[in-house]
Design a protein around this ligand. Structure first.
Ligand SMILES: N[C@@H](CCC(=O)N[C@@H](CS)C(=O)NCC(=O)O)C(=O)O
Length: 212
């Protein structure tokens, strides 16, 4: 059975899963869920995913949600190439970098949080953008320090790991919001190395965007 990804081209959480599927060489079809049109909130979609978020992946007779859990499933069920080191301390280090993005940056700057700031909390766009940049810079500064000592071409060593799978969409997002990135040489190097690989490049929002 071909895997089926419920996806929005600009969603960074979905972008992570596209990269992981490509790295594992798993073929999949995409089911577009337009966040711009609010399709993630439709009853039909919520019946499948009660959180009303993308991504959601149907694979091996399972319906999986939460991008980190999906990537960990893929790494367990399709071990090659590994996205996490085998040695426990190295594995914890890579997971810590990935979770810095997934738990400490992304939840503060995703669409629904930004909409809540400008909607119910009546904040102007400048405050929203300041909020976005503040939390992204704080998170990326920590990640730069975490990565620096054990990075190679990638965030950990010389092959991409789950940390790079999460880094690339976060850097894409930061650029969309004009966050200055010069203070993060390790992150920039890892991002460039990853983006030069076809599994990462093929997952880029511009490559999967709906036809205009
Ligand atoms: N922790 C979740 C976050 C998923 C998430 O926030 N997805 C966003 C797109 S990046 C979404 O579906 N937003 C829809 C909404 O906020 O209404 C994951 O990693 O899968």
């Amino acid at each position: 059975m071909t895997a089926r990804l419920f996806d929005y081209f600009r969603s960074s959480a979905a972008y992570r899963v596209r990269i992981a599927l490509n790295l594992k060489g798993i073929s999949y079809t995409r089911e577009a869920v337009s966040l711009a049109d609010g399709e993630q909130k439709a009853d039909a979609y919520r019946a499948l995913n009660p959180q009303g978020f993308v991504p959601m992946l149907e694979i091996d007779g399972q319906r999986l949600t939460q991008s980190v859990a999906i990537i960990q499933y893929l790494d367990a069920a399709y071990p090659l190439p590994p996205l996490l080191p085998f040695e426990p301390a190295e594995r914890a280090h890579v997971q810590a970098m990935a979770l810095t993005i997934a738990c400490d940056i992304h939840p503060l700057n995703n669409l629904r949080v930004l909409k809540y700031l400008t909607g119910p909390l009546a904040q102007p766009p400048e405050v929203r953008d300041d909020w976005y940049r503040h939390w992204v810079r704080e998170g990326l500064s920590a990640l730069e320090a975490m990565a620096a000592s054990r990075a190679g071409d990638f965030l950990f060593g010389d092959a991409p790991t789950m940390a790079d799978v999460l880094l690339v969409p976060q850097m894409y997002n930061a650029r969309r919001f004009d966050v200055p990135l010069d203070d993060y040489p390790t992150l920039l190097r890892s991002d460039a190395a990853a983006c030069s690989l076809e599994p990462f490049a093929a997952a880029h929002p511009d490559r999967v965007a709906p036809a205009a």
